[in-house]
Design a protein around this ligand. Structure first.
Ligand code: AMP
Ligand code: MG
Length: 300
């Protein structure tokens, strides 16, 4: 397990000022890490990941059997920060029956005809399941804030302006939505994979130089990179406004995949363990029936 104080360093404290530039996308999160050294840290991270992957499989089994809670994992990031790889690695050991992944793209015309949370509500995990949102309703205060023309028919009413207040209301709606979910048994875990602009460039270059990776690159990725500063400002505002006691944000360093995966796996496993789950109790009457069935089978 990763120490609580280290996780705290990566958690946006509700109600406190938050500056993205204070978060290191690399591996030197603290002096302690810097002293430790990169290779030693990498070894440690791999151990943590391995242990957590084992634990996660058991934790998920129990979540499913217990059947009272669900877990919603929200992944947000700039392109090439490693969302897909994180999902693939962190979820590699879990039972596919208990896990659902939804990737959200540009909304359809039908989706735009509804309130902005509609399409996400339909994909929420039922009790006993882990649901992963690869992008989420946060796009509606991120990419949409950077490109407000995407609002389409969701534009504010005429008298209202598309200013600070409009976005503040969306943050408020998101907080209320997540509060509703947590009150109803969904644990909401939110991760912003924090990749640096330099590392994004290196990953794009790699995608463009390996034919089997071409499909991962779209020319719009480069266009969006041009809006880097606007995105960072939108992330900073959104993370500060929507990190709550019931659903805090974790800013996960994403320049090194081994850190990203270890941190995400650790936070998910710790959260599920914190639920005090139990296998359903069998009543005396049921126990009798089970015993009878056992005897019948033995006599066959
Ligand atoms: P990818 O995840 O790389 O396949 O890209 C999906 C694209 O859909 C990204 O450019 C997102 O910004 C975009 N997208 C996701 N959700 C929304 C949304 N609510 N409004 C507009 N664009 C979105
Ligand atoms: Mg992409």
């Amino acid at each position: 397990m990763i120490r609580r104080d280290i996780i705290d360093l990566l958690t946006v404290t509700p109600g406190k000022k938050f500056k993205l530039k204070d978060q290191n996308p690399g591996w030197k999160q603290s002096e302690e890490f810097a002293d430790f050294g990169k290779e030693a840290l990498k070894e440690k991270a791999k151990e943590v990941l391995e242990k957590n992957l084992e634990d996660l499989a058991g934790a998920q089994d129990l979540l499913y059997a217990d059947g009272r809670y669900s877990v919603l994992i929200v992944l947000q990031a700039m392109d090439a920060a490693g969302k897909d790889g994180t999902i693939k690695h962190v979820m590699s050991g879990v039972n596919p029956q208990g896990c659902q992944v939804f990737s959200f793209k540009k909304p359809s015309t039908e989706e735009l005809q509804h309130n902005f949370l509609w399409r996400y509500s339909k994909c929420l995990p039922e009790r006993g399941r882990i649901g992963i949102f690869n992008r989420s309703y946060y796009e509606d205060v991120l990419v949409v804030k950077v490109h407000p023309e995407l609002l389409g028919r969701q534009l504010p009413r005429e008298k209202e302006k598309l200013g600070k207040k409009f976005w503040a209301k969306r943050y408020e709606d998101i907080n209320a939505f997540e509060r509703h979910l947590t009150r109803n048994g969904t644990v909401v875990l939110k991760f912003f994979l924090n990749v640096s602009k330099e590392e994004q460039k290196a990953r794009f270059v790699e995608r463009l130089s390996r034919p089997e990776k071409y499909w991962k690159f779209s020319t719009s990725d480069l266009t969006e990179r041009g809006f880097w500063n606007d995105y960072m400002a939108a992330y900073e505002d959104a993370l500060a406004a929507t990190s709550t006691k019931w659903a805090p944000w974790h800013v996960v360093p994403a320049d090194y995949k081994w850190i990203t995966r270890a941190v995400v796996a650790d936070i998910i496993t710790t959260a599920i363990h914190g639920l005090e789950l139990r296998y359903p109790q069998v009543s005396e009457e049921q126990q009798k029936l089970l015993e009878e069935a056992r005897i019948k089978l033995a006599a066959e």
